[in-house]
Design a protein around this ligand. Structure first.
Ligand code: FAD
Length: 337
């Protein structure tokens, strides 16, 4: 039998920006708050970047520094955080309280309400050099986040879906001197209208579309700080070419960290948690969500924290009247952003 831990008003699953913002509000509202974080360090994905330029109030700040400030602020209001605890199940008891199992049943925590914020991970290609150049911030998965760092530069976009088509146009029309775009198939998977827009923008904005190509290696300069070139292979002929680019954007989708919630709350076909976008309520009474894991999330720091705030404020109403609950709706696709 898992050992039952002390009870909280609120348990927040995931210590990224969404979870930290939710905790700030719940702890400041004097609700006993516990953050469960599976990693050794809370903070989430934003910790992976040196340069955040689009979070209001900071002209430029590293993700790590921003998170340090968020964590200190949350702790100052008394929220507790436990690290190394991956939630793997939640269930509602007859008395309305909710149990959270962590580390495959090693421990069970109990709360009056839960805010689920496990985020989503960008899918990687596992191509040689990707990890190293990601660490050097020369490989990105988010044009809104990093496009502005490539003014007047040449970047390679990899992908063939809606995000790849839209963000190639976004990068080429706003920032870059040139975008080379490759996709492994002879046709794009993106919607027809987006593909038309892509080709319409190609001539005017120096977009070179190469099909069907795959990357085979991202080669660093000698000091390991920049990309020297990327090797790409023509899938039909097998011929390898070398491209001199300053950055690589990989748009091959995201994996919401929600597999453990299948069959517990409603989840869409791509794995995102269905939630009312106005209240953050999921299909299970007492369980809210926030951030990049939710259906139709905008996948930004500011929107993740905003979600966390909304969930925390809605939770007050839920505690006042737990009997009324309507959640789990989501009519928008996440791919649209
Ligand atoms: C390299 C990079 C650069 C970025 N740059 C920007 C930028 O400049 N501007 C911007 O607005 N956005 C940027 N983003 C996006 C931004 O980081 C995300 O939108 C934001 O972090 C989402 O917050 P979140 O809390 O929803 O999820 P996450 O940040 O993913 O946090 C989720 C947390 O939950 C934890 N977790 C997951 N599953 C469990 C579980 N079962 N139990 C317990 N804990 C769990 C994870 O370990 C993680 O700490 C960037 C992202 C990356 C990767």
């Amino acid at each position: 039998m898992p050992q039952a831990e002390k009870e909280y008003d609120v348990i927040i699953i995931g210590g990224g920006p969404a979870g930290l913002a939710a905790a700030l509000y719940t702890a400041r509202d004097r609700y006993s708050t516990l953050i469960l974080e599976k990693n050794g360090l809370p903070g989430g994905q934003i910790m992976l970047t040196e340069h955040v330029e689009n979070y209001p109030g900071y002209q430029k700040i590293s993700g790590f520094e921003l998170v340090e400030q968020m964590k200190a602020q949350v702790a100052s209001f008394g929220a507790e955080t436990v690290i190394g605890k991956a939630a793997n199940a939640i269930r509602r008891r007859d008395d309305g309280k909710i149990e959270v199992d962590v580390n495959n049943g090693e421990l069970t925590y109990v709360a009056r309400a839960i805010i689920v914020c496990p985020g989503s991970d960008y899918r990687s290609l596992d191509v040689t050099g990707e990890t190293e150049m990601r660490q050097a911030t020369r490989v990105s998965y988010c044009a809104t986040c990093d496009g502005a760092f490539y003014r007047g530069k040449h970047v390679l976009v990899i992908g063939g879906g809606n995000t790849a088509a839209e963000d190639t146009v976004y990068l080429a029309t706003r920032f870059t001197e040139k975008v080379t775009m490759i996709h492994r198939r002879t046709e794009f998977r993106a919607e027809k209208v987006l593909v038309e827009e892509l080709y319409a923008a190609a001539d005017e904005h120096n977009i070179d579309i190469k099909l069907p190509y795959v990357p085979t290696e991202i080669v660093a300069t000698e000091n390991g700080q920049d990309i020297d070139h990327v090797k790409i292979q023509n899938v039909e002929t097998g011929a390898i070419e070398e491209l001199n680019v300053d950055g690589v954007f990989i748009f091959v989708g995201m994996n919401p960290n929600t597999a453990w919630l299948q069959g517990i709350v409603d989840i869409d076909e791509s794995g995102y948690i269905k939630a009312d976008p106005v209240t953050m309520k999921t299909s299970m009474p007492g369980v809210f969500t926030a951030g990049d894991c939710r259906c139709a999330a905008a996948m930004q720091l500011a929107t993740a924290t905003a979600d966390g705030v909304v969930a925390a404020m809605q939770l007050r109403d839920y505690f006042r009247d737990p009997s009324s609950w309507s959640g789990g709706q989501c009519d928008h696709s996440t791919e649209g952003w």
